[in-house]
Design a binder for this molecule. Structure first.
Ligand code: MG
Ligand code: MG
Length: 239
């Protein structure tokens, strides 16, 4: 699973260099897909329940599952969430990052920074004996403490020989009765954080999730193994 996730990490690192004013989300998708095949991995999202691309690229008020398009060019001041997954030797990797395009406003930069740090806060709770709810609560408290909201309708997940496995990992606290963390579990933790309301809706393309109030949203994700020595971030990157 580390190998699969390191392929994801390499592709995300490459994409970070490519994100710039004027590039289309279709071009980014092509870069990811070509590099993925060169690394002998299969893009996990392409064809998943009919999803048409290798990347989920979600701009500004798009939360997750945005579809790459030749018509969508990145503009100065945008933020773009890049979510990528692969299957390699029958195991899955999944990770996401949100990047600014050129200079972004101060409040948008804060949204991105808080979302990124909320993922770290969640990962810190990946300790044997803790519960999924400890991760959820750490993320929610950090996000809401900064005046933002966590999406309810979409959640993180276990990952292994399937892209999405039990347990669900909500970014909000639902009470004590959640699964205990055991060594060997791998968790895709993925806070989706909105500047305004937590409410979202799905566009008519059947995929793109947007905030109900059209305010921006950010998304970070790592696949993290539960070990006796604490969290092991399988999709870790140097940058
Ligand atoms: Mg993902
Ligand atoms: Mg995921």
């Amino acid at each position: 699973m580390q190998e699969a996730n390191q392929i994801v990490a390499k592709v995300l690192t490459t994409l970070k260099k490519s994100v710039d004013i004027g590039i289309t989300t279709w071009e980014l998708d092509k870069i990811a897909e070509d590099f993925c095949y060169r690394l002998k991995a299969k893009p996990a999202f392409k064809g998943y329940r009919g999803f048409p691309a290798s990347l989920c690229l979600s701009i500004n008020e798009e939360v997750v599952h945005g579809i790459p398009s030749r018509k969508k060019k990145l503009k100065k001041g945008d933020i773009v969430s890049i979510d990528f997954g692969v299957c390699f030797k029958n195991y899955f990797g999944d990770s996401a990052v949100t990047l600014p395009v050129g200079n972004v406003s101060e409040d948008v930069a804060k949204l991105v920074a808080v979302t990124k740090e909320s993922l770290n806060r969640g990962i810190e709770k990946v300790v044997v004996g803790n519960r999924i709810g400890d991760i959820s609560r750490a993320i929610q408290e950090y996000v809401e403490g900064h005046g933002f909201s966590v999406v309810r309708q979409f959640v993180g997940h276990g990952i292994g020989t399937a892209l999405h496995e039990a347990p669900e990992i909500p970014n909000f606290y639902e009470g004590e009765r959640t699964s205990r963390l055991l060594p060997g579990m791998v968790l895709a933790i993925e806070p989706m954080v909105n500047m305004g309301t937590h409410k979202v809706k799905v566009l008519r393309d059947g995929w793109t999730v947007v905030t109900s109030d059209k305010k921006p949203s950010a998304h970070f994700e790592h696949s993290v193994a539960v070990t006796e020595n604490g969290p092991l971030i399988l999709s870790s990157r140097e940058n």
